[in-house]
Design a protein around this ligand. Structure first.
Ligand code: COA
Length: 364
C-alpha cells in the first residue's frame, strides 16, 4: 500500500523543533496537526556527489585547441576537469549522487516528497531529468521537476525547497545540481572548453533543530544580459537543423569579459545582503563557498567582502566549472572531509547564465 507523503506531517512529527533562536526574518511556522504551529528551521540532512572517472587535463586541451596549461592556470585557476563517458548522462550520475545523499540523511527514496534537479544540460528536452531520476532512484510518484537557473541553480533549488518545507507542505526534498556540460561544449572553442566540466551533487533538505538551518537567502535574475552566456540553437528560437549543427549553434557561447565584471559585482552585493538580513559580519563566516567559475573572480569577491583566504573553499583546480553542481560538490567535499562542522556558519554565493545570481547563508 502506498504510504502517505511524509510531507503531510502527523501531529507531533516535528515536536523536536522547539522555539529556536533564529533571527526573526528566518523563522517559519509549520502546522503540525491538531492546530499546533511550531517554529521550524530548514537545513541539509545529507549530501552526495558523483564525478565521471575521466580526467581532462590542460595538457589534453593543448592537443585539441590553441591554448596552454600556463594560460588556463593563470587566467582561471583550472588544471583539470572531468568528462562523462558516452554511457553516462545527467540522470545516471544524479542517481548515484542522490543515493549517497539519501544514505547520509538516513532516509530512503520513498521518503522523498519533492525532487528538484537544477540543470542546464538535461538528458533530453522532455521529460524532465528529475522525472528520470525519480524513476531510477525508485522514489514514489512525488512531485519532481527541473529548474533552469544555470550556475545559480542549486541555490535557487535550495530556496524553493526551503519554502515547501517551512510551510509544512513537504518534509524531505532532494535538491540536485547536475551537469554534463561536455555535451554542450565546442572543443574547438578555446574560450569555453577550458572552463567547463562534468559533475553532479545532491543534498537532502529537511527540518532541522535550530540554531542549525538556512538563515537567509537572496536570488536574482537579470534577463537583459541573457546573451552573455547562451546556447543559440536546439530550442524554439532556432530548432535543430542541418544548418544549426553546421554552424555549431548547439554549443555554449560566452562573453567571458562581460560576465566577469557582472559576477564579481553581483556576488559581492548578494553576499552582503544575506549577511545583513541575518545580522552577520564577514568575520563570523566559517566557510565561504563561491561558485567555481574562475579563481580570479572568487579571489576578487573574497577580497571585497573581507573574508580571509583560509575560509574560502576551492576545488576549481581539480573540477573546473560544473555550473549548478559546483557549490553542492564543494559542500559534499567539505562535509565528508570534516572541513564543515556542526554549528559552522556557511555562506554560498553563485552567478550564472540568465544572468542569475544568489546567495544562501546557513548554520550547519
Ligand atoms: N587559451 C589561450 N588564449 C586564450 C584562451 C585560451 N583558452 N581563451 C582566450 N584566449 C585569448 C583571447 O583570444 C585573447 O586574445 P587576444 O587578446 O589576442 O584577443 C586573450 O586570451 C585575452 O582574452 P580575454 O577574454 O580578455 O581573457 P580573460 O582574462 O578575460 O579570461 C575568461 C577569459 C573566460 C577565463 C574570463 O573572462 C572568465 O572567466 N570570465 C567569466 C566566465 C565565466 O565565469 N563563465 C561561467 C559563468 S558561470
Amino acid at each position: 500500500m502506498r504510504q502517505p507523503p511524509s510531507g503531510m506531517y502527523k501531529a507531533g512529527a516535528l515536536l523536536e523543533h522547539k522555539e529556536g533562536n533564529l533571527p526573526a526574518h528566518s523563522r517559519g511556522t509549520a502546522k503540525v496537526g491538531l492546530g499546533v504551529s511550531m517554529e521550524l528551521a530548514v537545513g541539509i540532512l545529507g549530501t552526495g556527489s558523483e564525478l565521471p572517472e575521466k580526467v581532462l587535463t590542460n595538457f589534453d586541451l593543448e592537443k585539441m585547441v590553441n591554448t596552454s596549461d600556463q594560460w588556463i592556470t593563470e587566467r582561471t585557476g583550472i588544471k583539470e576537469r572531468r568528462q562523462a563517458a558516452p554511457h553516462e548522462t545527467t540522470s545516471t550520475l544524479s542517481v548515484k549522487a542522490s543515493r549517497k545523499a539519501l544514505a547520509m540523511a538516513g532516509i530512503t527514496p520513498e521518503n522523498l516528497d519533492l525532487i528538484i534537479c537544477a540543470t542546464i544540460s538535461p538528458d533530453m528536452p522532455l521529460p524532465s531529468t528529475a522525472a528520470l531520476i525519480q524513476r531510477d532512484l525508485g522514489a514514489r510518484a512525488c512531485c519532481a521537476f527541473d529548474l533552469a537557473a544555470a550556475c545559480s541553480g542549486f541555490l535557487f533549488g535550495m530556496t524553493v525547497a526551503e519554502q515547501f518545507i517551512r510551510n509544512g507542505k513537504y518534509k524531505y526534498v532532494l535538491v540536485i545540481g547536475a551537469e554534463v556540460l561536455s555535451r554542450y561544449v565546442d572543443y574547438q572553442d578555446r574560450k569555453t572548453c577550458v572552463i567547463f566540466g562534468d559533475g553532479v551533487a545532491a543534498a537532502v533538505l529537511g527540518p532541522v533543530t535550530p540554531p542549525s538551518g538556512i538563515l537567509a537567502s537572496d536570488l536574482h535574475t537579470e534577463g537583459q544580459h541573457a546573451n552573455h552566456l547562451y546556447i543559440p540553437a536546439g530550442g524554439t528560437a532556432s530548432p535543430a537543423s542541418h544548418e544549426t549543427v553546421t554552424r555549431g549553434d548547439h554549443y555554449i557561447k560566452m562573453r567571458g569579459n562581460e560576465l566577469f565584471k557582472v559576477a564579481v559585482r553581483n556576488m559581492e552585493e548578494v553576499s552582503r545582503r544575506v549577511m545583513e538580513k541575518a545580522q552577520i559580519c564577514p568575520n563570523q563566516i566559517d566557510l565561504f563557498v563561491p561558485h567555481q567559475a574562475n579563481q580570479r573572480i572568487n579571489e576578487a569577491v573574497r577580497e571585497r567582502l573581507g573574508v580571509v583566504p583560509e575560509k574560502v573553499y576551492s576545488n576549481i583546480d581539480r573540477i573546473g566549472n560544473t555550473s549548478s553542481a559546483s557549490i553542492p560538490i564543494c559542500l559534499d567535499e567539505c562535509v565528508r572531509s570534516g572541513r564543515l562542522k556542526k554549528g559552522d556558519l556557511i555562506l554560498m554565493a553563485a552567478f550564472g547564465a540568465g544572468v542569475t545570481w544568489g546567495a544562501v547563508l546557513m548554520r550547519w
